[in-house]
Write a protein of this length. Structure first.
Length: 104
C-alpha cells in the first residue's frame, strides 16, 4: 500500500490528480477521469454518488483505507480523487490490486 500511496503523491505533484467530490464528478462526466480513488472514511451518500457516476460512465474506482487518501495527496480531509493520466492510472491500479491481494 505504501508504494501505491507514494505513486499517488508523485502523481499529485505532477498535476495529474484532481481532488474533491465536485471536481471529480465533473471529470467523470466529461471523460477526463481515468481512475477514481475513494477514501473508505467518506460518507455513504458521497461514496454512493461517486460509485454510481463511475459505474454509469465506465470509470474504474478503488477504495483507499480511511484517512490515507488526503494524507497521500497532501490535502487532509479529501475523500475523493481522480487520476487524469492513463499511464499513471494503470500503474496505480496495478499497485492497489497488488496491495489488496497481499493483505488478504
Amino acid at each position: 500500500m505504501n508504494r501505491a500511496l507514494g505513486t499517488l503523491g508523485l502523481a499529485m505533484r505532477a498535476g495529474r490528480v484532481q481532488s474533491g467530490e465536485a471536481n471529480c464528478d465533473k471529470l467523470i462526466k466529461s471523460g477526463g477521469a481515468c481512475l477514481v480513488l475513494i477514501d473508505e472514511g467518506a460518507s455513504l451518500p458521497s461514496r454512493k454518488a461517486v460509485t454510481d457516476a463511475c459505474a454509469h460512465y465506465s470509470v474504474p474506482y478503488r477504495l483507499i483505507p480511511a484517512g490515507e487518501l488526503g494524507q497521500a495527496i497532501g490535502r487532509p480531509g479529501r475523500m475523493v480523487a481522480a487520476i487524469t493520466d492513463q499511464a499513471l492510472a494503470a500503474r496505480l491500479d496495478a499497485l492497489l490490486r497488488d496491495a489488496a491481494t497481499t493483505i488478504d
